[in-house]
Design a protein around this ligand. Structure first.
Ligand code: NAD
Length: 285
């Protein structure tokens, strides 16, 4: 039987509608939630992501500002720009578009963002909060992926979840979120032996690897929820990590690429920005 499609377009529209209502409520109090995106250099993929973030803000009625810095920007210049945004009352969320050019220190730059304006959730304080089950900003991509998993209506408690990938921005926070849902979580990575042994047990399988066609039908448990985070380009076309055409005949639920997790990432960025504005307005830190 063919898997049900988890439609990122429809689900992200649902999230953005709710965000829009919260933005309206803030505007009635004279506050326009604002997101600043810092883009260093001219990476074409980053250009597209930044444009989509600006469009997301527009759809939700938020203010957005893109700060373009030259490829050869110094660490000091980048950090001074972050400091300016930290102090700017019109800006509630700050995002540094990754990857940065190689000469810049990503971790040091992210540490400069005020944790309450860190709408990507990459600051160590927010990463630590997620790890400890405390209040904090949750990274947009895993948050969006979890929203999609919840939309299936399936019970998550006690289910086997396998996350392929252990990056700080997707794999690790995804694993934390699934653990918080009482799943039994296995994290696989480039050194994992017998990957299929693990993935075939997964009721929920999340792939965040970055290799087209990486997850094949024989690796998937029948009926599983398959979340494809990967974004790859093959012959100029965007695709995920999952061999969609064959896996859809085995999985119970599947996300397409494009039109899947990527859309949710933007919607969750909007949601994190309005959260930040509400927190700042109410004086919470
Ligand atoms: P990354 O390169 O930091 O991490 C990739 C992970 O894959 C690593 O942890 C590595 O151990 C694992 N891996 C590599 N080869 C493997 C193998 N043979 N077997 C098992 N694991 C293996 O990448 P990332 O930043 O986590 O992103 C992963 C993918 O998700 C990329 O395609 C990226 O473009 C995409 N992404 C999508 C969104 C979105 O909004 N949809 C957001 C962020 C990242």
């Amino acid at each position: 039987m063919a898997a049900k499609i988890l439609d990122g377009k429809a689900l992200s529209a649902e999230v953005k509608r709710t965000v829009g209502l919260r933005v309206d409520a803030l505007k009635e109090r004279g506050i326009v939630p604002g997101l600043a995106v810092i883009l260093v250099g001219n990476d074409p993929a980053s250009e597209i992501y930044v444009r989509n973030k600006g469009k997301g803000c527009e759809e939700c009625g938020m203010y957005s500002r893109t700060i373009r810095l030259e490829e050869m920007t110094t660490q000091l210049q980048l950090e001074e720009e972050i400091e300016r945004l930290n102090a700017d009352p019109a800006i509630h969320g700050i995002l540094v578009q990754l990857p940065l050019p190689r000469h810049l220190d990503e971790a040091a730059a992210l540490k400069k963002i005020l944790p309450q304006k860190d709408v990507d959730g990459f600051h160590l304080m927010n990463a630590g909060a997620l790890m400890n089950g405390a209040e904090g900003v949750v990274p947009c991509t895993p948050k969006g992926a979890l929203y999609m998993i919840h939309s299936t209506g399936e019970t998550l408690s006690g289910r086997e979840a396998v996350v392929i990938g252990r990056s700080n921005i997707v794999g690790k926070p995804m694993a934390m979120l699934l653990m918080r849902e009482d799943c039994t979580v296995t994290v696989c990575h480039s050194k994992t032996k017998d990957l299929s042994e693990h993935t075939r047990k997964a009721d929920i399988l999340v792939s965040a690897v970055g290799k087209a066609g990486f997850v094949t039908a024989d690796m998937v448990k029948p009926g599983a929820i398959v979340i494809d985070v990967g974004i790859n380009r093959v012959d100029g076309k965007v695709c995920g990590d999952v061999a969609f055409n064959e896996v859809k005949d085995v999985a119970g639920w599947i996300t397409p690429v494009p039109g899947g997790v990527g859309r949710m990432t933007i919607a969750m960025l909007m949601s994190n920005t309005v959260d930040a504005a509400e927190r700042i307005v109410s004086g919470e830190r």
